[in-house]
Design a protein around this ligand. Structure first.
Ligand SMILES: [Zn+2]
Length: 222
């Protein structure tokens, strides 16, 4: 039997604490599905790097492990999600972080698949504390998973590697607390909507990715 189906575009939210493999999964999934990946953290870090006014504010707030005000984040995301390339699906990372942001997203483009990556605190701390960033070109390394050829030196530009301010353990713990308290109501919301999918972020990246793609197929989003 031939079914006439209207193609439903994947509108994906990826959630999970830092160190759950969220960034890597987001990158891989967006690439495979050819949808834009819109990551609030990247947008803010880019502004910090370019020393914009927004960047100065973000540096003050994010480096302490706090969240940017809703109206600023919602404004940025609205602009990004209204771009033509986001009309055929999107993947948002680091957004929404609370109900007010979730409501904003639903008004612009209703999400239809939520990926939640779980990981325990000790694993998170251990993974993140090994992360390094080039102070010059901002290339990202991991002392175990993606080590530089020369210890603590950037492969690309030879600059010294540093630990990002928001990767230090006080900021990680603070952010985890915010993550847990603020995202709990989101999890409940997306479960109710029937679009919530939970995965074990401590498992290998490719293993988790296979499970995600299996579920995306089940939902007929790919
Ligand atoms: Zn570099």
């Amino acid at each position: 039997m031939i079914k006439n189906r209207i193609k439903i575009y994947p509108k994906i939210i990826i959630m999970g604490p830092q160190g759950s493999g969220k960034g890597t999964q987001a990158e891989l999934i967006a690439k495979k599905l050819s949808v834009p990946k819109i990551a609030t953290g990247e947008i803010y870090r880019e502004n910090i790097r370019r020393k914009t006014k927004l960047g100065a504010m973000a540096a003050r707030i994010i480096n302490k492990g706090n969240l940017m005000p809703n109206e600023i984040t919602n404004g940025i995301m609205t602009k990004e999600l209204k771009k033509p390339d986001a009309k055929k699906g999107y993947l948002v990372d680091g957004y929404p972080r609370n109900i007010e942001q979730a409501e904003c997203l639903e008004k612009i483009a209703m999400p239809n698949f939520v990926i939640f990556l779980g990981a325990r605190m000790p694993i998170i701390i251990q993974r993140i504390s090994k992360r390094r960033e080039c102070g010059n070109c901002k290339a990202i390394y991991h002392l175990i998973n993606r080590p530089p050829k020369k210890s603590e030196i950037c492969d690309k530009c030879g600059n010294e590697l540093v630990q990002r301010e928001d990767d230090k353990s006080a900021a990680i713990k603070r952010r985890l607390q915010i993550f847990q308290t603020q995202t709990k109501p989101l999890i409940a919301r997306y479960k109710k909507m029937g679009i919530f999918h939970s995965y074990d972020g401590e498992k290998p990246i490719l293993f988790v990715q296979k499970q995600i793609f299996r579920d995306l197929k089940k939902e007929e989003l790919i």
